[in-house]
Design a protein around this ligand. Structure first.
Ligand code: NHV
Length: 850
């Protein structure tokens, strides 16, 4: 068996003397006596797929074929050898970073752990049970369904849990990723397994169990940091130790603080305050560098370093300003004393099989977030507390994280056993994540408060049961979780539930706290409603699309290419989804008949519609201070609200986010009989600017041109210029012309924003069938296209039959006579082989006239 020993780095922590236990695993269905090779970390689904016992769950309607797995119990076993030298350590810990979910762990015949919560890691002292030579480890997983059945049977009512796709909605009884039971974009895959790393840790006389770098006060002149350590003295006597903290920034001289401590047997808390004058502040994406310091803690006994731990720390202050004002109640983030308009998105788990989400995939996703000029992601409450890698990569990129606790869309039990599990989970995850500069806030749950008020549960369950649910809500989200945050992560903001106030569909709203606007989806409203329904902070709004054809092809064959085919319906979990897509499409476009055209136009529609919202939110700052899209990613290839599909392909929506969230943006809107030009800027400096306005026809003829001078607003939005709508389009055919806006620096002529405004909806336009000239050049494994057309080509979509390919731009309007270079690279850095390029534009869609 391959054994890894010695020093290695795992996430933020350097571990002395560890033995990773990832090899030699086998698994077996309980009762079968058949043992097969297993991969750890992993899930039983992955192992069954690898052994040919399960089909690809994502293909066709295979979801139905895999459901039996959740009703079985599964055994995992391995063995490992230890030397006398290893056994000579003071203590040895068996560390599971995650067990999914109900598991008994046996080591050499002793039951050493009973696990019941996927969201916690376990660290068990096991020296006592270990032997020289071979040691046997067995993890016995019980079916989460059968485990929860006694509670289901006796509960007396069925919890709402509307996203749980099985008749026995047991998900709420289990501390297990809610989305794995099904969601309205999710396949049901109720997994089990050793889903995060497992290892043995060999300890000397003492270990650092926890190291919290508590930022008590941070300004540009000084950071006051308290280094709080939990040091476990593993001997049974007092030990004299030197505790040392060093703090280093790049090549600068380290700062250091040292303290002599008498360690009592057991856990000791030690606090070492450290001040850093004129710190390099960690800045959000778009505002400068996300500066990170290395903080290192060590414990030395008798001249020998026995334990150390390190973190990368971004020094910054983040304040969530939720204050009553003349308009209602604000909700915004102030970073390093500066109000920040939050541009971002909601993250769901990137895979139905979580151990497949590697650091590379997190890096790719966060690069996409950063590229779209976003500064925030919300880790939504129906998924998981993500791996350390996600938060580390967010730290590096200046992406703030809004962290939900994992509760979504339904009330939960509140019996003592359940509360104990939640409490352990809160403690574990708060401690795990609180050092991250990116961690901006905690939120108790997703939409449970909204549900309690507005989703009809009082009527459905009657007063008595409803009261029990309400009591449970109070205990979990008003007491337990905020108390844990206060105790363990003082200074970090806690929001009880998102949205603060359920707004959409109700009169006289959008005034208080954060909102979710589902009017453009469930409310069947046109996208223009987003211009009027301006909240203080939009933490969710979304519209669905199909993924592009190459992704559909990964799970369907041409005979399934029909919106209502059984295979497509198995990948559309929103029962009204297809209807809503077509209905809204009809407001702006002629609805095509051909499936491929619907898929393409649906992508365009989602991008255009959502962009309208992002721009409206930005335009209306400071009343509105955030715009978070529902949703960033997918957990399998599916029809959904996502901006990036399962294979990493950007939908039109992500390109539109990148445009709408550009640091500087010019945006024209019709308000009454005026055409108003807004300039929005997240830049912290002003400069003289010039806006060039050109009324142009689809053939590129400039009908009118004028310029307006002004100043770039600083970290704000401003009405820059307005004109009468009628005079703006005087003597032109609005169905064949548009306004081209170019915003430049007055002195350096640098283009800050380059946008178009169309006076009529696409379906009223007379779009030409533009002939797009495309030159292809191969360049160091990449492919460069040069596109040009004499006439306007709208919503140009370049398709390449390779998953995860990156385009420097896509889904753009090719303006008449303007040549565009597009660089195409592979998703994984490998050279792009010869590939076919297919280019579509809006006017390519054909309709059978009747
Ligand atoms: O339906 C799309 C998404 C969900 O995937 C996810 O749970 O938090 N969605 C819709 C809503 N919230 C979310 C709001 N849904 C309703 C609210 C009120 C009435 C009906 C639906 C996300």
């Amino acid at each position: 068996m391959a054994l890894l020993t010695g020093f290695f780095s795992l996430g933020n922590t350097t571990l002395a003397d560890s033995l990773t236990l990832h090899s030699g695993w086998q698994f077996s269905k309980y009762g079968s006596n058949e043992w097969l090779p297993a991969v750890v970390p992993g899930t039983v689904h992955q192992d069954l797929i690898a052994q040919g016992k399960l089909p690809d769950p994502f293909y066709g309607m295979n979801e139905d074929e895999i459901q039996w797995v959740e009703d079985e119990d599964w055994l995992y076993r391995t063995s490992f050898t230890l030397t006398e030298e290893q056994l000579a350590h003071q203590e040895i810990f068996l560390v599971f970073e995650g067990l999914d979910t109900y598991a008994d762990v046996s080591l050499n015949g002793a039951c050493i752990l009973k696990a019941d919560n996927m969201f916690v890691g376990y660290r068990v002292p096991v020296k006592h049970f270990l032997r020289k030579g071979e040691n046997k480890l067995l993890v016995s997983f019980r079916s989460p369904l059968r485990e929860a059945m006694p509670q289901w049977e006796t509960n007396g009512f069925i919890y709402p849990a509307a996203n749980d796709h099985r008749a026995e909605r047991v998900s709420i009884f289990t501390r297990k990723a809610p989305y794995s039971y099904g969601w309205d974009w999710g396949i049901r895959m109720v997994t089990c397994g050793i889903w995060r790393p497992v290892r043995l840790e060999f300890a000397g006389q003492a270990v650092i169990e926890d190291y919290f770098v508590c930022q008590e006060s941070v300004t540009s002149s000084r950071a006051e940091v308290d280094n709080r350590l939990e040091i476990n003295n593993l001997s049974n006597q007092i030990q004299e130790a030197q505790v040392k903290i060093t703090c280093t920034y790049g090549q600068e001289r380290s700062r250091m603080i040292e303290q002599a401590v008498s360690l009592q047997p057991g856990v000791n808390t030690v606090s070492l305050p450290l001040n850093i004058e004129s710190p390099h502040l960690w800045m959000p994406n778009g505002w400068g560098e996300a500066a990170l310091y290395d903080f290192h803690a060590s414990v030395t006994i008798d001249g020998k370093t026995v334990a150390c731990k390190q973190h990368q720390i971004g020094l910054r202050s983040i304040r969530v300003v939720q204050e009553k004002d003349s308009l209602g109640m604000s909700f915004y983030f102030e970073v390093n004393g500066i109000p920040m308009f939050a541009k971002g998105t909601n993250l769901i788990p990137s895979d139905a099989l979580l151990p497949r989400v590697t650091r590379e995939r997190y890096v790719c996703l966060l690069e996409d977030v950063q590229a779209a000029h976003m500064n925030m992601i919300r880790v939504w409450g129906g998924g998981v507390y993500e791996d350390d890698a996600l938060y580390e990569e967010a730290d590096k990129r200046g992406i703030l994280v809004w962290q939900d606790f994992m509760f979504a869309c339904t009330p939960y039990p509140h019996d003592p056993a359940f509360l104990k599990q939640v409490s352990e989970e809160a403690v574990y995850n708060i401690k795990r994540l609180r050092n991250h500069a990116s961690l901006a806030m905690w939120c108790g749950n997703n939409e449970v408060s909204e549900g309690m008020k507005y989703w009809g549960w009082k009527k459905k369950y009657g007063t008595e049961i409803y009261q029990q649910l309400a009591d449970g809500y109070d205990i979990l989200f008003r007491r337990l979780l905020p108390e844990k945050v206060k105790e363990l992560d003082p200074g970090r903001f806690y929001l009880e539930s998102s949205p603060y106030e359920a707004n959409w569909g109700r009169p006289n709203t959008w005034k208080n706290g954060d909102s979710h606007n589902w009017g453009i989806w469930y409310g069947q409203k046109p996208f223009e409603s987003l211009d009027a329904e301006i909240p203080r902070f939009m933490s969710e709004f979304g519209f669905q699309s199909f993924p592009e054809m190459k992704t559909i092809h990964s799970f369907a064959s041409p005979e399934d290419y029909n919106m209502e085919s059984p295979v497509m319906n198995a990948h559309q979990k929103s029962s009204i989804g297809n209807f809503l897509i077509k209905k809204t499409m009809g407001l702006y476009y002629r609805v095509p008949e051909k499936f491929e055209d619907l898929v393409y136009l649906g992508l365009v529609l989602q991008g255009q519609g959502m962009r309208q919202g992002m721009e409206a939110h930005r335009r209306n700052r400071p009343y509105c201070m955030g715009s978070l899209i529902w949703q960033l990613n997918d957990s399998w290839p599916v029809v959904s609200w996502s901006a990036i599909d399962y294979y990493g392909n950007w939908k039109a929506l992500h390109y539109q986010s990148r445009r709408a969230f550009a640091p500087v943006l010019v945006d024209a809107v019709r308000e009454g009989d005026k055409l108003k030009y807004y300039v929005m800027s997240d830049v912290l400096k002003t400069k003289d600017i010039v806006l060039q306005i050109e009324l142009t026809d689809f053939k590129g003829k400039v009908l009118r041109r004028h310029q307006v001078k002004g100043e770039l607003p600083v970290n704000s939005s401003a009405l820059f210029y307005e004109e009468d709508w009628n005079s703006a389009f005087a003597a032109c055919d609005t169905t064949t012309s548009f306004i081209h806006m170019t915003l430049k620096g007055a002195h350096d002529r640098q283009v800050l924003s380059d946008e178009v405004y169309y006076p009529v909806r696409p379906k009223a336009q007379h779009l030409p069938q533009a002939k797009i000239n495309c030159k292809i050049k191969k360049k160091n494994g990449a492919c460069e296209l040069t596109l040009k057309s004499d006439q306007l080509a709208r919503d140009v979509f370049i398709e390449i039959p390779v998953q995860g390919v990156r385009f420097s731009d896509n889904f753009f309007d090719l303006l008449p006579g303007v040549s565009r270079k597009i660089l195409i690279t592979s998703g994984d850095g490998s050279p792009l082989e010869d590939v076919s390029v297919h280019i579509r534009q809006l006017s390519d869609i054909s309709y059978t006239e009747n």
